[in-house]
Structure formats: structure tokens, C-alpha cells
Ligand binder design. Sequence first.
Ligand code: CO
Length: 291
Amino acid sequence: MQQSANNSDPDIRRVSRVVRGMPATDGAGVELTRVIGQPALPMLDPFLLLDAFRSDRPGDYIAGFPQHPHRGFETVTYLLAGRMRHEDSAGHQGVIEPGGIQWMTAGRGIVHSEMPQQQAGLLEGFQLWVNLPAQHKMDAPAYQEHPVDAIPVEVRAGGIRVKVIAGVTQTGTRGPVVQPLTEPLYLDVELPPGQVFSERLPSAHNGFCYVIEGQVEAEDADGGVVMLQRDDLAVLSHGNSVELRSGDLGARCLLIAGRPLNEPVARGGPFVMNTKAEIRQAYDDYAAGLF
Ligand code: CO
């Protein structure tokens, strides 16, 4: 039916654990699912947070995320359905459309808002927080926005489609975002039924797979098969490559990996620094209008 993975190959990453998101409320009352940044998975260095939102009930999302600050990391918004208007204190503004991404480097400080541009219909997408190393937390803020037609799609054998949002795939497709500080790879992978997707990953990167639709099969450390369902996040062990296969229904998943910073992490709401003193400084600077 499909090629089988080589159980004896230590370089293939296994599923080391599966995490389910937990319901959370953020912004002005947006109902979402917090997958990274919750008790079961506080972080996966360099990833500090992953929120998934998917609702066709305006009451879940209409209040949006009014003005709020960030310091010390990057926020990445990837929209699958719906429209979000954003504005920030560095003068950037625009509307993220379905399939588009916004990659914001908060650096030393930015104030932004993210508001749904619809009164009805489905709003679906993700927000990922990517940490910055200590030496670059106080860099000037930066901002990138890439619409759907700027995100390359790699079509592989078997009809597998790979949208490359960040980083470079093994076949050389380069996403619009390249961040040398954490070398993130951010792929949106669609598999027709019964296909195997494999991809090389730098062996020291932390990586995970998050299932958007269908079912994804991968191997665990004992060589058993783990069946991942929609909204499951699988933390991957270290290794040079990953193999994911789709079940009878096909599958769609995010494959995300990044180089861990291995630095102390101090969190305070919308700020992520290395020490508590730096968090206090961030609150003081924000209160003083320095962002
Ligand atoms: Co924000």
C-alpha cells in the first residue's frame, strides 16, 4: 500500500510525544486553542507559543486583538481562512488574506493590533511565537508580509503539495522568510490518501507536526505507529529527517522546526526576555511610552 519506514534508521525522527491544545481566550476575548505555551508544553525552544483559531461563530473572534505590545521575539500569523487587519507602531498596516502570512520581529518593542475584517464566516489560522537570542532581543523591530501568491508551492510525487513559508526544503524551494538566527522551517503539507512525505531537517533543530485535517501516521520511539488526529501536535525526536504518511482520508499538517537557542527564558505576558529584571524593564519602558 505504501512504502514502509526503515525501523533501524536512527536518523529518522520519531514522535516523542503527542500534545492536545487547550481552550484559551486571548486578546479582547478571542476563543482559541493554545497548543504550545500551555502546561502540557510550555515551549519547544525556540518556539514559545502556538495558537490555533478556527471558528465560524463571529462571537468567538470578532473582538480581535486590540493594541498590545511585544518585546524580545517574533510573532508569525498564518491565515487559512478569513481576513485580519493589522497595524503597528512602526507604521506598518495591511490586511492578511487567506493563505498569507505576517512575520513580525518585535525586537526591542512594537505595539500592534490584529482585528478580524469580517462580520461572519470562517476565521482560521495560526499564530506562532519564535524566540530571539539575547543578543538580538533589543534589535529594531522589523516586519514582513507575504500574500498567498508569494509563497512557493512544491508539488512532489503522489500529488503531495508543500507550501514553503519559511526556510528551504531538501529540494531547494525557498520560502519568503529566511531567519538565520533560528533557521526556522515552516511548511504547510497536503498529502493525498496513502502518501508518504519525507523531508530532511537539521538534526539539532527542534521540530513538530500539527495536524490540520485528516490523519497523519508517524513512528514512535519503539517503532510503533502513532495515528495523529486533527489538532494533535506531535513533538519529534532529533534526527536528520522526518517521515509522515497520510491515512485513507488524506491529510494536511504543518511541519515546523527551528534551531534551539538554549538560553534562559523569562516571560511576562507579551514580553519574552532572558531575566525577570528585563521583563520589569519591558513593562517600565512600555508604561513610559518608549515602544
Ligand atoms: Co500580538
